[in-house]
Design a protein around this ligand. Structure first.
Ligand code: GLU
Ligand code: MG
Length: 441
């Protein structure tokens, strides 16, 4: 008898991409989906304090509290891998026993921002996460940066991955060999609001799922090798009105950013040093945000500059009749140790603050940022990004608008969780820290 002939029963895993950026939860028999959709799966407060490395180092909840993970069936993934176990999971909201959104739920942090954006500004956000990772199923052959041979070497990983993404309900856009050794990137079509963050989680899991079945793994940690170019997660976004019209582009204005969208973008720029604590949330995130890595080090907005924190993407003239539809900004200060819900939520809440306070962007600097002295950058209103997680957490803690958007409970839990992560690797070398994150992500 073959192993695959043994009787099996379908299971569905329900989980959430939590504050540490890991998808965690529990499985139940698929036949119970309907009842589980209503009653959910048990969860407790301490679950949200599970660290990047696994252990709960600090726990304000103790052993107390009953919560539930309520699966959102719109996120259901059911992908077969011939000859292997399938991938069956659903993403979830964390809900109290009374059926209310739990204040610490990352998905509801994003939902709160989206709801306010819709009701206060009549806007929605269309976004796509572009994700880079290292695939361990290949060796490195020097010289094959972006090379066809690098593409060839991954064998069937890319094709199985793209098929899995499509069958999981997302629309694949591209798959490419990236700059660093063994590094690849995947992009998917943009989606409105919550769905984009759900898909970012799904795409990451599909990358892991495919690598696992091929006997390898993907490493999404922002820096795998100290000194090499890192793995970024870039968030491309644009704004739509409630009729679905693109409202971000105006060719006559600075950066091509419309009057309606400017306060939203200005909010992101203003809060960037603080929101970095949510989008680049690990110690290792700051090994990536260093000069000369194609990753940002300043909280700047710039046209077509891949060193900028917020890059105005180009409009391709061949499709210029769709300029408004094409126009988008790329937020580059994010990596895969961030929960996509916290990352997109941080952008939305910061943008909202810009709208509420009618913020304006600083005048575009007369000279390239690459030619400016630090004093010139500061005079032009361009802040430095934090240089470490500890510094970023300090910025978050003193940012009034982001504090309010998180609320005191989530803010305090988040700061404690990340402080405990710093404490857990205290005294370890940068190399050892990199290795710990590479093992965990
Ligand atoms: N790998 C770079 C990063 O860490 C980005 C390279 C690119 O522009 O795609 O963000
Ligand atoms: Mg890239």
């Amino acid at each position: 008898m073959q192993r695959e002939d043994l009787e099996r029963e379908d299971l569905i895993f329900v989980g959430t991409c939590d504050l540490s950026g890991h998808l965690r939860g529990k499985a139940f028999p698929a036949r119970d989906l309907e009842s589980r959709r209503r009653k959910g799966m048990g969860y407790t407060g301490a679950n949200i304090m599970m660290s990047a490395f696994g252990p709960i180092y600090d726990n304000p909840f103790g052993t107390v509290g009953d919560l539930t993970l309520i699966p959102d069936l719109s996120t259901k993934v059911d992908v077969e891998f011939a000859g292997f176990a399938p991938e069956r999971f659903c993403l979830a909201d964390i809900v109290t026993a009374e059926g209310e959104a739990w204040p610490y739920c990352p998905r509801s942090f994003l939902k709160r921002g989206l709801e306010a954006l819709r009701t206060e500004a009549g806007l929605e956000i269309l976004s796509a996460f572009e994700q880079e990772f290292v695939y361990t199923g290949v060796g490195d052959r020097p010289g094959t940066t972006y090379g066809y041979d690098s593409f060839r070497n991954q064998g069937t990983f890319g094709e199985i991955f793209i098929s899995a993404i499509r069958r999981a309900g997302a629309t694949p856009d591209s798959f490419l060999p990236e700059y660093a050794p063994r590094q690849y990137e995947v992009t998917v079509a943009p989606q409105l609001n919550l769905r984009a963050a759900d898909e970012a989680v799904i795409v990451r899991e599909m990358a892991r799922a495919v690598a696992f079945r091929l006997g390898h793994r993907v490493i999404l940690s922002p820096v795998v090798e100290l000194g090499a170019v890192g793995n970024g997660t870039h968030i491309h976004f644009s704004l739509r009105d409630l009729a679905g019209q693109a409202v971000m582009y105006d060719a006559s204005r600075p950066y091509g950013i419309s009057e309606r969208a400017e306060p939203f973008v200005a909010g992101i720029v203003r809060h960037m040093p603080a929101l970095t604590a949510l989008t680049a949330p690990s110690i290792v995130s700051y090994f990536r945000l260093r000069p000369n890595r194609w990753a940002p080090v300043w909280a700047n907005l710039a046209e077509r500059d891949r060193g900028a924190a917020l890059r105005v993407s180009p409009i391709f003239r061949a499709a210029a009749e769709n300029a408004g539809q094409q126009f988008n900004l790329e937020f580059r200060v994010c990596d895969a140790t961030a929960s996509p819900y916290m990352a997109l939520g941080a952008l939305v809440h910061s943008g909202l603050d810009g709208i509420r306070n009618k913020l304006r962007l600083p005048t575009p600097p007369a000279k390239s940022i690459w030619e400016m002295e630090p004093e010139e950058r500061h005079a032009a209103g361009i802040a430095d990004l934090p240089g470490s997680l500890a510094e970023a957490l300090g910025r978050l803690e003193s940012d009034e608008a982001l504090r309010a958007s998180l609320g005191p409970d989530l803010l305090s839990a988040y700061l404690r969780l990340r402080a405990s992560e710093i404490n857990a690797v205290k005294g370890e070398s940068d190399e050892a820290i990199c290795a710990r994150y590479a093992a965990a992500y």
